[in-house]
Design a protein around this ligand. Sequence first.
Ligand code: UDP
Ligand code: MG
Length: 318
Amino acid sequence: MTTIDIVVPCYNEEEGLAHFVLETNKVIDTLPEYDFRYILVNDGSKDKTFLVMKQLSDKFSNVKYISFSRNFGKEAAMYAGLQNSSADYVIVMDADLQHPPGVFPQLIDAVINEGYDCCATKRDEREGEGVLRGVFSKLFFKLSNRLTDVSMPYGAMDYRIMSRQMVDSILELSEVQRFSKGIFSWVGFKTKWISFKTVERQLGKTTWKFSSLFKYAIDGIACFSVAPLRFIAVMGAIISGGALLYILITLIQTLIFGIETPGYVTLLCAVLFLGGIMEFSIGIVGEYIGRIYMETKNRPIYIVHKTNLDEIKNKKDA
Ligand code: UDP
Ligand code: MG
């Protein structure tokens, strides 16, 4: 029988988790030819999520859980789930039913009958998500498609099914600073994109703030591209060129019209402008150095506190 693991990162999902499993079970029951197993990852929830997980695993034998020692982030939770999956196919989805289990048949059909390695979902283009957030997320997808060598359609989501082979490739990218959307497309493989109507979160509340989305976008670009560094070099070259031109003009002016006392405003402008650009450039370089620093520590991506899996894999090169 074909096995399918469902990896679900959970952070403060006590209200919705049981409902999620019940709803998903309804769909699973219509697909008896596959053997499903849940891998619920408790990402250091502050509420009773872990308790709910334990109850669910007592009730359903196919519910496995991994509980972290603290909050390591959704990316780490997904990594833990993928690393400890063993099925032929793996589904990654959120616990809040914003990723409807109803599309399982479509996902499964694509990888089993249509010859794809992955079937991923994206937001329905016609759908609104708040003006400001919409503008920024469009900008993000445009920028990251241009600047990096990974490409993803607008509104790409993490909700997807992947073949064992693809999951194993993803696990080979063991960086600490993970940007899964980028990693999913970086590894390649044939991906089918489907879209569905997104729904509002029913229970619990989202933990994303605008600032964390901004950080997420910066990660998305910095993890997959050194274009900002090249941008600094180009900017430096342009400014040097301008300065050279200015020197030449002043020199000729002085030769022809004699020495003129320059206004201090020009001087001040030049100093401030260059100072600003220098700070900005150091900031960008620093962003990359910080990443190198964090990466060289080679710390584990997550730490497990409790699990009901027989053995847990948590080595980077495992
Ligand atoms: N999540 C997580 N760790 C975190 C934040 C979120 O595992 O630090 C999980 C959360 O429980 C949910 C999924 O990631 O299953 C998506 O989170 P949320 O619904 O808050 O985000 P949104 O739907 O707004 O992208
Ligand atoms: Mg959500």
